[in-house]
Design a protein around this ligand. Structure first.
Ligand code: 6PG
Length: 468
């Protein structure tokens, strides 16, 4: 029997993606260096058109030519090792897809290296975790467009669908797919931080119980905030701990970890000089959470507002918070999309932002009802510089600003940090300022370093001997 696609890396996600493909009537084969994972695959997929192989040659041998192999292994060196093992067995015209969260610069390097052997390398972001892989993920492939057309049927069949449209599309040449996935993850970090801040606000300012917090997120999920992350957050607040029978959320250590994709998004945004402070702050807050011992010391040393002076109730409502969160969600997506737009020109990806909004509507971690509005905005104007410049999006955030300002003020009064959320209104205010105080920064630069400045009233470059 010939197999249409081979997958290397039989973790839960790999196994689930194979089962999803088999459900779509594709015969597929899996391989893993770890024999017990191959055993587990065979055991779990007896009823499917799936087989497992214990070594690379026999895995490659059963693949239909030209071969398609997808790697689902941890990003980094392992991808290079797997390619090294695989390469001697492949032939010109074969396609290797990297479905992990690889750094886009590694993807560019691998494309070039495999091109020497006439093997096509496709960097493909896959989002949705284990469940997405099983039921339909959102997928972001890059590379040569001709490679995409060859693998299109199987990936369109296995992707999540929204209104019948598959959540997979060709992103652009080179590392475009991995770049788009990286920014997806940056936005993911941003939204997660915002939701965490909303939780802190509910708990410490609005004094809500876990039960009421769950109910609030559930009801928000039925309205404009409808999204996967809000949905799972509601479920998290209903979860009991098997050990103590108390609410599980209360016994989880408050130190968030990360594998790096959010940081990469921020790093590259800085390289491209695109401001994405929502994402930067989400990374910074994960980092700050890691200083738990230091924070404990600081709790004794640094005092917050005097509790009696803080009035509650009259300052802010749950409804205000919902509006503030929605406002901040829009700002975070807008920043990520602006980064994609700049990257598209800088790296010659030729990204279509409407298509990206379309394939993010289902299957991925940042799927949300609001993506339909973003898709509409980019369909209307594919050259839109920033989502906030779309008439409908602008009207929706303009309408919510009173509430986010109220929430930001209350957070300062209560001493409850909402870094990303209060930054969302600050970014909005900065972005809508036709004039910023950057003139002073130019004056300072020229004062101490003769860096020169431009003028508003005439052309040219000027320098002043300051203080004379
Ligand atoms: C997805 C996710 C996934 C990512 C996790 C963990 O789209 O399915 O983005 O790819 O690995 O979210 O990321 P961190 O460990 O960095 O939080």
């Amino acid at each position: 029997q010939e197999y249409e696609l081979g997958l290397i890396g039989l973790g839960t996600m790999g196994q689930n993606l194979l089962m999803n493909m088999a459900d779509c009537q594709y015969a597929v084969v899996g391989y893993d260096k770890n024999k017990s994972k191959v055993d587990a695959l065979k055991e779990a997929t007896r009823a499917y058109k799936i087989t497992g192989k214990y070594d690379v040659p026999s895995f490659v041998q059963v693949l239909k030519k030209p071969r398609v192999v997808i790697l689902l292994v941890p990003a980094g060196k392992i991808v290079d090792y797997v390619i090294q093992d695989l390469l001697p067995h492949l032939e010109p015209g074969d396609i290797v897809i990297d479905g992990g969260n690889s750094h886009f610069t590694d993807t560019n390097r691998r494309i070039e290296a495999l091109k020497q052997k006439n093997i096509e390398f496709v960097g493909m972001g896959i989002s949705g975790g284990a469940e997405g892989a099983r039921k339909g993920p959102s997928m972001m492939p890059g590379g040569k467009e001709s490679s995409w057309h060859r693998i299109q049927p199987i990936f369109e069949a296995t992707a999540a669908k929204v209104d019948g449209e598959p959540c997979v599309a060709y992103m652009g040449q080179g590392s475009a797919g991995h770049y788009v996935k990286m920014v997806h993850n940056g936005i993911e970090y941003g939204l997660m931080e915002l939701i965490a801040e909303a939780y802190d606000f509910m708990k410490r300012v609005l004094k809500m119980s876990n039960h009421d917090i769950a109910t609030a997120f559930e009801s928000w999920n039925n309205d404009r905030l409808e999204s996967y992350l809000i949905e799972i957050t509601a479920a998290i607040f209903r979860q009991k701990d098997a050990l103590t029978k108390s609410d599980l959320i209360d016994v989880i250590r408050d130190e968030s970890k990360q594998k790096g994709t959010g940081k990469w998004t921020s790093q590259d945004a800085m390289n491209l000089q695109v401001p994405v402070p929502g994402i930067d702050l989400a990374v910074a807050m994960r980092d700050l959470s890691g200083y738990k011992d230091e924070r404990a010391k600081a709790t004794d040393k640094l005092s917050g507002p005097v509790p009696e002076k803080v009035t509650d109730g009259d300052q802010c409502s749950l409804d205000d918070l919902e509006k503030a969160l929605y406002f901040s969600f829009v700002i975070t997506y807008a920043q990520g999309m602006a980064q994609l737009r700049k990257a598209s020109t800088e790296y010659n990806y030729q990204l279509d932002l409407a298509t990206i909004a379309k394939i993010w509507r289902g299957g991925c971690i940042i799927r949300a009802a609001v993506l339909e509005d973003f898709r509409t905005a980019f369909t209307k104007n594919s050259n839109l510089e920033n989502l906030l410049l779309d008439d409908n999006i602008a009207a929706s955030v303009n309408d919510l600003q009173d509430e986010i300002r109220k929430v930001a003020k209350a957070s300062i009064d209560f001493g409850v940090p909402i870094m990303a959320m209060s930054n969302a209104i600050a970014y909005f205010d900065a972005y809508r300022s036709a004039r910023l105080p950057a003139n002073l920064i130019q004056a300072q630069r020229d004062f101490f370093g003769s860096h020169t400045y431009e003028r508003l009233d005439r052309e040219g470059v000027f320098h002043t001997v300051w203080g004379h």
